[in-house]
Design a protein around this ligand. Structure first.
Ligand SMILES: O=C(O)CCC(=O)C(=O)O
Length: 206
């Protein structure tokens, strides 16, 4: 994929100022590419995340193994699929990520599914986490327990969310398990969402 020549200044202004380090970029991937990406993703093997959530996931690059929520091992499982590598290169050439990401986790959310509030593993991933939304929109919630603050952001299909700095390390992010989101007075019915999260695996877990 070509460098989109993003005007990063524009997006810096569009940062969610209440959460330093969070940048939302709509329409990063166009509708045709989104469809092609979902087709490519569905050709790969899915596995079940955990007995409780039953969410389907894929991991590429490195497979992270968790036991009771704690990272116990990371295994190199090969280079990223071409489509993921191509988006990863675009993220790096758009200067959204310092290096080309080498770990990709894909989460499938059917209506009613979500993900618990969490901070992405600090020791196993680099400073920047980028999540691409395909399929359905959804509302992601950011919470900061110490100051009891909460902010929600609507993620539209084709958008990316860049999470770094305080947004990465001080705030937790999660998605409520529900079928309809309420956002700025509107009700938005969820359909199937496929979220592709790009990360840099970091030593010693490489
Ligand atoms: O669904 C998303 O956009 C984010 C997924 C996520 O937080 C994770 O895989 O750790």
């Amino acid at each position: 994929m070509a460098n989109t020549g993003l005007d990063l200044e524009t997006f810096r202004e569009a940062d969610y100022t209440e959460i330093p380090g969070l940048t939302y970029i709509p329409d990063y991937i166009n509708a045709d590419e989104q469809k092609q990406l979902i087709d490519s993703i569905d050709q790969e093997e899915w596995s079940i995340d955990s007995a409780e959530s039953q969410r389907r996931i894929q991991q590429h690059g490195y497979r992270l193994n968790y036991k009771n929520g704690v990272l116990v091992a990371s295994t190199y499982i090969g280079s990223l699929p071409d489509w993921a590598d191509s988006i990863g290169r675009k993220l790096a050439s758009d200067r959204l990520m310092a290096t080309v990401p080498d770990q990709v986790t894909i989460n499938e959310y059917l209506p009613g599914q979500g993900v618990m509030s969490h901070v992405d593993c600090v020791t196993c991933f680099g400073n920047t986490i980028i999540t691409l939304t395909l399929g359905s929109s959804c509302v992601m919630d950011f919470t900061q327990a110490q100051v009891q603050e909460k902010a929600s952001i609507l993620l539209m299909p084709g958008s990316i969310l860049v999470i770094k700095g305080a947004a990465r390390y001080r705030w937790q992010h999660g998605i409520a398990a529900r079928e309809v989101d309420r956002y700025e007075g509107r009700e938005i019915v969820r359909t199937r969402r496929v979220a592709v999260t790009f990360r840099e695996a970091s030593f010693p877990y490489k």
